[in-house]
Write a protein that binds this ligand. Structure first.
Ligand SMILES: [Zn+2]
Length: 118
């Protein structure tokens, strides 16, 4: 399950970000973590959530919430250069009907923000 290694990497990144804060660092004060997952990031959302439930309590407070925002990928058509959103693995250009294109974004996982408890 490669989602487990992605979650592990995400949690390390969360801790890195918290260490950069000027005020007192406390990794037990996380309210929620928001992540954007692109439709072409090759992530199974339910597996990602499960991995978070298992791994998060080992590194941060167990009640920290995971908020996943899914985002459609943006693809540029190879033939006509039209840019369009899609959540299909084999995308079809709505303008010229060609299949496939260059993925401009939507193939990554982005740590959007960390909300701390007051
Ligand atoms: Zn096209």
């Amino acid at each position: 399950m490669h989602e487990a290694s992605l979650v592990s990497y995400l949690l390390d990144e969360v801790l890195n970000q918290l260490e950069k804060l000027d005020n007192e660092f406390n990794n037990n004060q996380i309210e929620s973590i928001e992540v954007i997952i692109g439709s072409m990031a090759n992530v199974e959302i339910s597996a990602f959530e499960f991995a978070f439930e298992v791994l998060a309590p080992q590194k941060i407070n167990p009640d920290a919430k995971l908020i996943i925002i899914t985002k459609k990928a943006v693809v540029e058509c190879y033939s006509c250069k039209n840019k369009y959103e899609t959540d299909e693995w084999i995308a079809q250009c709505p303008v010229c009907g060609s299949f496939g294109g260059k993925v401009l974004n939507g193939d990554s996982i982005i740590l959007k923000r960390i909300i701390l408890k007051r």
